[in-house]
Ligand binder design. Sequence first.
Ligand code: ZN
Length: 84
Amino acid sequence: MHRVVPLLCAAVDHLVPVARGRANEATNLRTTCAPCNTRKADFLLEEIGMTDRSDEIASGWDGLTGSYRQLWESQRDEEGKLLD
Ligand SMILES: [Zn+2]
């Protein structure tokens, strides 16, 4: 894969990181660009000066998070571990 491609890809981020105890619940998922997802890492948004702007998005638009959630769930077991 070319190095630029990951920079242009959308990613799914957890508002409250899994590392801090929050799981793959739909209300905890947001669509981000890959650089923002990498920058946020395991921080909370307020810890690094970022804001959740999902409530500014037109109602009914989920930023494709619903599609990611379906893909995410299809590849994981009940505990959220990646299937082989
Ligand atoms: Zn971004």
